[in-house]
Design a protein around this ligand. Structure first.
Ligand code: GUN
Ligand code: ZN
Length: 643
């Protein structure tokens, strides 16, 4: 079982539970144990490094007489002396490395069950990146048949059904989609090791993203054979939950040390600038002179510490909602990784589905690639389709005086409005009309003062496109604003409506801002707090992100004005008493939902007849809700019985 606890980008903090009830937090690494070599003993992985899981090879155990007998007799956990979660691989990788293996899928599934593996793997066919499409397509059929068979045989063992497809994105997506319908427990994406070995990271992005389109979003995704600290943030950002690493030990055997910025040979290093528990107290000279066995062990331990350290950081950044930043920083370690980061831009439509509508903390700009984040695309999309300019003349301001813009530019904005002009700031987001400047992500973002040429040119281009698309007839500089304007305006009301249109759309805003409007503002900050329309409190504005919380009265109006499923999550009769008391909506009780919902977006919970019963914020996205049997879909704020 896999439960999504937190999310950021396409990444998630998950809680994975095996059939026997062992649990672990994800993203997580399964270090590889070669039962014949034992570079770092399994017990040490558990006790000293805190690994709750490992992966070993059932094919090697099966083919080694003593191991085979021992494993059958006492079970895998006792044989390895590892109390955590054990995953076994099937021999597929051996066939990738050394050619054919003499083994059937049924035999290896049966064997994995017999030795008490927690998660067993199908004997999938490793699709090599140089294969033709025909060969790849054919082998996928075999892998799918074997996966089906494994599901029938699995019993209490969980099953890894490996999605393959070489570098063919359509085959990847199709294979993933078909895997999603089978009774498998974990979705490894296989056949990616050669891509990583050859630094073909942008193809790796294609492979992972096209697989993610098809895989069941409610199962953990395993980047099979990936465990270098350099790629973990990027892979986690794309929604990979499990990793495994044989490299920590393999690299150690040939004196190679892993770091977040690459792999370095002991012989080439100038200093040993590492303070991990393995390296601490050692100098480079000492390490070089060690006997082979101690040196290998020390480097293997160092490599493991680097991986665990980076994974801990990845989990922290997910929890802080900042994983994009970490991935952008890490992808500067190698030009091939930078290519991968730039490749992600092609998937903005997909990543946008997963991106929360708001988050705590500010967006930090790390470079021009930051503009590829889905938050930028969403802002421009919504601005283009939901913004209504109050006038048809614009004044363009520079983004150089701090945020929110209406503070440093208070006088200029007022002067512009008196003269019938709409103030617009040209920012790294593109054009920001003054009405939106306090809203996430505009005020909650930090850009360098010395902006790079690329972003500057691009934001000007987008601004001019916007001006013409919106029908502005004129755009002037602040110095050209006439002094003698006499137009009347209500800046708060302009803002209140503009934010509502951005968040809920034009139609819903008409319904929310009906009749007489009163705005309650904070005495301390002057910011809008509540919107009262015809005497009904319909919206409250949050100070932190400048966005609205929808009140029941507002929800009722939207339901009347906008046909379902707009903003709705409808639930089964059974859960209505709970939801109307303010309890959260769980996915298994959802009948239907708006396909355009985004995480953290305001939603209206309705019954099967479209009566609103509560408001709340979406936690899962529609793709997840549809396939999910467990987990919180909506965090409910207030039910109809509270009011
Ligand atoms: N280990 C690394 N890649 C793979 C793969 O594609 N399939 C299996 N079974 N194991 C792997
Ligand atoms: Zn170290």
């Amino acid at each position: 079982m896999f439960e999504i606890i937190r999310r950021d980008g396409m990444a998630r903090i998950g809680k994975f539970t095996t059939n026997s009830g062992k649990t672990m937090e994800t993203p997580a690494l399964f270090p590889v144990i070669n039962p014949k070599i034992n570079t770092v003993p399994a017990r040490e992985l558990y006790d000293k490094f805190g690994f709750k899981s490992l992966i070993t090879n059932s094919y090697i155990i099966k083919n080694t007489k003593e191991l085979n007998e021992k494993a059958r007799e006492v079970g895998l956990h006792e044989m390895l002396d590892f109390p955590g979660i054990i995953m076994t691989d099937s021999g597929t990788f051996q066939s990738h490395m050394y050619g054919e293996v003499e083994l059937t899928n049924e035999e290896i599934i049966e064997f994995q069950k017999a030795i008490g593996t927690d998660i067993g793997t199908v004997l999938d066919i490793f699709t090599e990146p140089y294969w033709t499409k025909e060969q790849t397509a054919k082998s996928i059929e075999v892998t799918l048949e074997r996966t089906q068979k494994a599901c029938e045989m699995k019993g209490d063992m969980m099953i890894n059904g490996v999605a393959q497809g070489s570098i063919y994105t359509d085959l990847r997506e199709d294979c993933a989609r078909r895997m999603a319908t089978m009774d498998i427990d974990v979705h490894p994406v296989g056949g990616i090791v050669p891509l990583m070995e050859q630094y073909r990271y942008s193809e790796l992005v294609d492979v992972i993203m096209s697989s993610k389109k098809g895989l069941n979003p409610n199962r953990p995704v395993h980047a099979f054979g990936a465990g270098h600290p350099m790629v973990l943030a990027l892979l986690a950002l794309m929604g990979c939950d499990f990793f495994d690493s044989a490299s920590y030990a393999k690299f150690a055997r040939d004196d190679r040390m892993m770091f977040v910025d690459g792999t370095f040979r002991l012989q080439d290093m100038e200093t040993l600038d590492c303070n991990c528990p393995a390296c601490r107290g050692h100098t480079l000279e000492q390490l070089r002179k060690m006997d082979k066995k101690s040196k290998t062990k020390l480097i293997a331990e160092h490599n493991l510490y680097q991986i665990t350290q980076e994974l801990a950081l990845v989990r922290r950044y997910i929890k802080e909602g900042r994983l994009w930043e970490l991935a952008e920083i890490r992808c500067r370690a190698h030009p091939a990784l930078l290519d991968a980061l730039r490749r992600l831009r092609e998937y903005q439509d997909l990543t946008e589905n997963y991106d929360p509508i708001s988050r705590e903390g500010a967006i930090f700009y790390t470079g021009p690639e930051t503009r590829n984040r889905p938050v930028f695309k969403r802002y421009l999309d919504r601005l283009g389709t939901r913004y209504i300019p109050p006038t048809d003349k614009a004044v363009l301001f520079e983004d150089s005086k701090g945020k929110p813009y209406s503070r440093p530019y208070a006088e200029e904005f007022a002067k512009a409005r008196r003269a019938g002009y709409t103030p617009i700031v040209v920012s790294a987001f593109g054009p920001v009309p003054a009405e939106l400047d306090e809203m996430y992500p505009l005020a909650q973002s930090l850009f360098p003062e010395n902006m790079d040429m690329e972003t500057e040119t691009e934001s000007e281009r987008i601004t001019f496109q916007f001006l013409s698309m919106m029908g502005f007839k004129e755009a002037i500089e602040p110095s050209q604003i006439p002094d003698d304007g006499t137009e009347e305006f209500d800046a708060d009301l302009l803002r209140a409506k503009a934010v509502s249109r951005y968040q809920f759309g034009i139609e819903a805003t008409e319904a929310l801002f009906r009749g007489k409007i009163e705005l309650v503002t904070s005495k301390k900050t002057g910011k809008i707090r509540n919107v009262i329309s015809d005497g009904e409190h319909v919206l409250s504005m949050r100070a932190g992100d400048g966005m609205y919380t929808l009140r029941m009265e507002g929800a009722k109006r939207i339901v009347e004005a906008c046909p379902a499923p707009f903003m709705r999550v409808s639930v089964m009769d059974d859960s209505i008493p709970f939801v109307s008391e303010g309890r959260n909506v769980f996915a298994q009780f959802v009948l239907d939902c708006d396909p355009d919902l985004r995480p953290m977006e305001e939603v209206i919970v309705t019954d099967r007849n479209d009566n609103p019963i509560a408001t709340g914020r979406a936690f899962l996205i529609p793709f997840e809700i549809r396939q999910r049997k467990k987990g919180m879909a909506v965090k409910v704020r207030s039910g109809s019985s509270d009011e």
